[in-house]
Design a protein around this ligand. Sequence first.
Ligand code: C5P
Length: 224
Amino acid sequence: EVPKKLAGRHVLVTSGPTHEAIDPVRYLANRSSGRQGHAVAAAAAAAGARVTLVSGPVTIPDPAGVAVVRVESARAMLAAVEAALPADLAVFAAAVGDWRPAETRDAKIKKDGHAPAPLALVENPDILATISARAEGRPPLVVGFAAETDAVLDNARKKIARKGCDLIVANDVSAEGGVMGGSENTVHLVARDGSVETWPKLDKEEVGRRLVARFAALLEARRG
Ligand code: C5P
């Protein structure tokens, strides 16, 4: 039996990749499975929270006891996050596409024997930074993730300052580790003062439960 440490709280979680449409049949995406974000959402629900999970396209099942909002693009994810506020805790675990095609074609681009025009890209909104910077309605605890292939801790320390969040959960997603799409994760908790706590390699469900226990303690300390 899990202690209901988040009873009465609303927890917002983003998870999964985004799909950025090129035309009706093609898109840009990434290798995120959604497993870590979904595990955080499941653990928050088990801890008694009302949970809204804004998920990009994934093939894993919806976690039990969670309201799932399905989206495809980064812009749709931002709109769904804004619609789900207010929240006591927001956890941005989604692997949001950094760029999208400058233009989405209405009809399938035809192969005509010539090389296609280069794909022009524009930057997507940064959901974590946007929500962290809100003057009104900023969740009291905002957590970001940092998927890095190198200089994991250095990059996470820079990211926490740049994004304005309260905590970063950093992990190494270089191919050798098998984290992206895999069942296990080694995470480092990076705080605003630059301090780091490294956890052992654990399955993503256990990482989710431990993260939720930590978030509940931080919320308790802040708001009572
Ligand atoms: O900058 P980077 O993508 O590495 O930052 C990762 C963190 O920022 C994650 O928490 C991710 O969910 C969030 N993010 C976001 N919107 C973006 C890009 C990243 O919310 N457009």
